[in-house]
Design a protein around this ligand. Structure first.
Ligand code: PGA
Length: 252
């Protein structure tokens, strides 16, 4: 059965001290709640990963980076490899966030390498996809997302594909306060699941956790998470406050 996942994406926010304090707060709130039914992930900046991993109970909270290098190691100044990420205690890697695609020109080819390296190292990729407003307005969002998946993850073996988490994040809903309606999100996630079933098989499609992201908040999480194909959320702004993040986890 597929897992329910609530993953925070802190983006380029928090100093090390603030990040560790936030992680500790989330960890103790989750401990009180006993969130056995939900996988809780904290997507921290690279500089915080080891400290965040040390500050939480990793049986309760998983730690994720927000990116990784597209090469395993070597002369790539400033890059952070998947094995480095793994050595901090982190278990997940967010790959292909729209901000990485847009501001850092990450192409499908680059993302494909990142996904493969992450899986080869035994970490879980949280692969992001999603369309811009103009594409949604043109009504071609399904085709767009299908191409993203085909170019970056549909070349994986069935075994590898089974280890991946997908996050659908319409760009027009990220940080804008304009959430996709639960129906819009459900429709796209059902479409993605159908594509997986066609490409792989029904079992792999049924077992794949697919998250929604984009202005997910304590006030709309319950409605979003109650949709049959939505298996949780990738949470930006609301993951920076422990109480809000917990309220989203409690939507389950
Ligand atoms: P948001 O960000 O929740 O602030 O809209 C989501 C994301 O970009 O992952």
């Amino acid at each position: 059965m597929r897992k329910k996942i609530v993953a925070g994406n802190w983006k380029c926010n928090t100093t090390l001290t603030e990040g560790v304090a936030l992680a500790k707060q989330v960890d103790s709130l989750v401990a009180e709640r006993g969130a056995k039914d939900v996988v809780v992930v904290l997507g921290a900046p690279f500089t915080h990963l080891a400290s965040v991993a040390a500050a939480v109970d990793l049986n309760r909270i998983a730690v994720s980076s927000q990116n990784c290098a597209a090469e395993a190691k070597g002369a790539f100044t400033g890059e952070v490899s998947v094995s480095m990420i793994q050595s901090t205690g982190a278990s997940h890697v967010i790959i292909g966030h729209s901000e990485r695609r847009e501001y850092y020109h990450e192409t499908s080819e680059i993302l494909n390498k990142k996904v493969a390296l992450t899986l080869a190292q035994g970490l879980t990729p949280i692969y992001c996809c999603g369309e811009a407003l103009a594409i949604r307005e043109a009504g071609t969002e399904n085709e767009f997302v299908k191409t993203q998946l085909e170019e970056t993850i549909f070349n994986l073996s069935p075994e590898d594909f089974g280890k991946l988490v997908i996050a659908y994040e319409p760009i027009w809903a990220i940080g804008t306060g304009r959430t996709a309606s639960s129906q819009q999100a459900q429709d796209m996630l059902a479409f993605i699941r159908q594509l997986i079933a066609t490409k792989y098989n029904q079992t792999i499609a049924a077992d794949c956790s697919i998250l929604y992201g984009g202005s997910c908040s304590p006030s709309n999480a319950k409605e979003l998470f109650s949709q049959p194909d939505i298996d949780g959320g990738l949470i930006g702004g609301a993951s920076l406050k422990a109480e809000d993040f917990l309220a989203i986890i409690n939507a389950y």
